[in-house]
Unconditional design. Structure first.
Length: 201
């Protein structure tokens, strides 16, 4: 294995809850909505759970969902909460690094200003201002090659990475095909698999 690329939103940072709270959803509504969400559906499809939901067409719903996030600026991204398994996943990644496999953050920069600034601040808040092991790109498959690994919560990113010659692992999320797999069992499986590959190399 040559390198591990780790997504941020939905893997390390709790984008979903923050985005839905921004639209007025309560914690109970968020829990209910994420529980009912099906693989392939978007978070914007949960806006009907807001206290005073707007009547939106499919065409305008996504734009409305993202407009509020854009208006929140870099602070939205900087102050996302780490997900509950953040420390456990970091432990597994650091174990891989000690086995000679470096890890990097690989995150989608989005289509709007402020996201990258906020994401870098999020990383510096947790790993220090000298942390620079990050890549922002929508085209994660360009990093794929034999020995390269991607951990991502979007089926399409993992599929494209695998097709380009890398090894993609789908991190469990309500919106993907790994829904139902516990995050801690994924982390244990991932660490065991990478460690075995390292020993056999």
């Amino acid at each position: 294995m040559s390198a591990i690329f780790v997504d941020m939103d939905g893997v390390l940072a709790d984008f979903a809850s923050a985005a839905l709270r921004l639209h007025g959803l309560s914690d109970n509504a968020i829990e209910q909505g994420l529980g009912e969400l099906q693989p392939g559906q978007n978070l914007s499809e949960l806006l009907h759970l807001a206290p005073s939901p707007r009547v939106l067409t499919v065409a305008t719903r996504d734009a409305y969902f993202w407009d509020r996030i854009v208006s929140a600026g870099p602070a939205f991204w900087r102050y996302l909460n780490p997900l509950p398994w953040f420390d456990d996943l970091l432990w597994a990644l650091d174990r891989c690094a000690s086995d000679g496999i470096p890890w990097y953050i690989c995150s989608n920069p989005g289509n709007f200003t402020g996201a990258v600034t906020g994401k870098i601040q999020w990383l510096h808040d947790r790993f220090g201002s000298s942390f620079n092991r990050y890549i922002f790109t929508k085209h994660k498959h360009l990093l794929a090659k034999k020995g390269a690994v991607l951990i991502d919560d979007f089926d399409s990113n993992v599929e494209a990475f695998n097709a380009a010659g890398g090894t993609g692992y789908l991190f469990p999320a309500p919106w993907n095909q790994a829904k139902g797999v516990t995050h801690y069992s994924f982390i244990e499986m991932f660490h065991s698999t990478i460690h075995l590959h390292t020993r056999l190399a």
